[in-house]
Write a protein that binds this ligand. Structure first.
Ligand code: GDP
Ligand code: MN
Length: 392
């Protein structure tokens, strides 16, 4: 799960990480009032969307007077912001952050991620703040400094100083950086983060260190421990199909192809996508109905897949282990009837009661293509979809 910058800054503030004072606003008039309450100006008005690159896309603007804050906020709210992270369709701005501006002397980069290779949290730091870190990593990887943290010891002062030196900090700023890094690490652990990025972390003309932008990624499996973070979820920022799916405990990710996939188990889902690709097809989604694929869930899964207008055919690939194949077949038949299926449907079943399952499908009178094995199933659905010759 992701959250907005203003929410991220509220969390950081709570853990003692210095951030500028600011407030989220939903209309121009309140932006103006909040600007006056926050200080003397200048202020920065920042579009709140779940995507970076806002600076270059016109989503971060400086205002010298409270009425300018109002005008900028009014224009920004409701606009479709396009950045290199939103894709060409962009994202509509529903909230803006009005914040006290600061005098930037240097822009640095710091992030914490779970490093799977070392099974530890890694702190990454770079003097190239304000830029896309992917670009820095590709062009000048020597400018990224990495330090891994021992989970039992935590981030030590020694490591904090090492990171501060790598950022070219000196004198009093070193101590400030160490404190900030410790606070960031505490935040990361306390909130069960998967990722925490501060870009830029700025050194002001007055010599203060501030987190000017912040991005969190949370471990969804730990969200039950953080109700307040869960409440920060903004459904406007998410794919409506993915929201619907999560309400039925289905793992669904929409992709760009035209073959809908209904599979049980994440590993089988990945293998199914691979084999579709292998035979020249393109999956429209990743959908894992899980181990307990009940009739209701299979029906919901069908509805979600079919609401994607790019879907021109569906491949059901299910291994009946705990869930028996005849139960799954019943679910597929019932779901196909309920949604009045109009696209080709290929079903591959394997496992417990597979014969009974196949029999049910054959007797259903529905236009279902039965397949034996993954390769056969993939070839059949790819053929069925290409035979249609695309959507009219
Ligand atoms: P992003 O482009 O979506 O990552 O948005 P950021 O919050 O990182 O802002 C982009 C850039 O705007 C920063 O790198 C800064 O250069 C600039 N910026 C943001 N806040 C301020 C501010 O308070 N004062 C000034 N002068 N520039 C700012
Ligand atoms: Mn940024």
């Amino acid at each position: 799960m992701n959250i907005h910058e203003y929410q991220a800054k509220a969390i950081l503030r709570k853990f003692g990480v210095p951030v500028p004072d600011g407030h989220v606003c939903y209309n121009g008039a309140s932006a103006r009032e909040w600007a006056k309450r926050l200080g003397e100006g200048p202020w920065v008005v920042k579009a709140q969307i779940h995507a970076g690159g806002r600076g270059k896309g016109g989503g971060v603007k400086l205002a010298k007077s409270a009425s300018e804050v109002q005008l900028i906020a009014r224009d920004m709210l409701g606009m479709t912001l396009r950045t290199h992270q939103t894709g060409p369709e962009g994202k509509v701005v529903h909230r803006v952050l009005v914040e006290n501006g600061c005098n930037i002397a240097r822009e640095l980069y710091v992030s914490l991620v779970v490093d799977r290779n070392s099974s530890k949290v890694a702190v990454m730091a770079s003097t190239e703040g304000g830029m896309d870190i992917e670009e820095v990593a590709a062009k000048t990887p020597e400018k990224i400094f990495t330090e891994t943290i021992d989970p039992l010891v935590g981030l030590t002062q020694f490591q904090g100083r090492k990171i501060a030196f790598s950022l070219g900090l000196e004198g009093k700023q070193v101590g400030k950086a160490v404190k900030m890094l410790e606070a960031l690490y505490t935040t990361f652990i306390a909130c069960d983060c998967a990722m925490l990025e501060v870009n830029p972390l700025v050194v002001t003309a007055e010599g203060e260190l501030l987190a000017l932008d912040a991005k969190f990624g949370f471990d969804d499996n730990a969200l039950f421990r953080h109700l307040q973070i869960g409440d920060m979820r903004d459904f406007d920022e998410e794919d409506p199909n993915e929201i619907e799916a999560s309400q039925h405990d289905l793992s669904y990710i929409s992709l760009t192809g035209n073959i809908g996939c209904l599979v049980n188990g994440a590993g089988l889902a990945m293998a199914t996508m691979d084999i579709i690709k292998h035979y020249g097809g393109d999956p429209a989604n990743f959908l894992d109905v899980g181990g307990g694929a009940t009739i209701e869930r299979v029906t919901e899964a069908f509805k979600i897949i079919l609401s994607d207008r790019n879907v021109e055919g569906i491949l059901v690939n299910i291994f009946g282990g705990i869930m028996k194949c005849d139960v799954i077949a019943t679910g597929v038949i019932q779901a196909a009837r309920q949604v009045a299926l109009k696209v080709p449907l290929v079903v591959r079943l394997e496992g417990t009661n597979v014969e009974k399952g196949k029999e049910l499908l054959a007797q259903s009178g529905l236009d279902i293509v039965a397949a034996d094995g993954m390769a056969d199933a993939a070839q059949k659905i790819v053929m069925a979809v290409s035979a249609k010759g695309g959507r009219a």
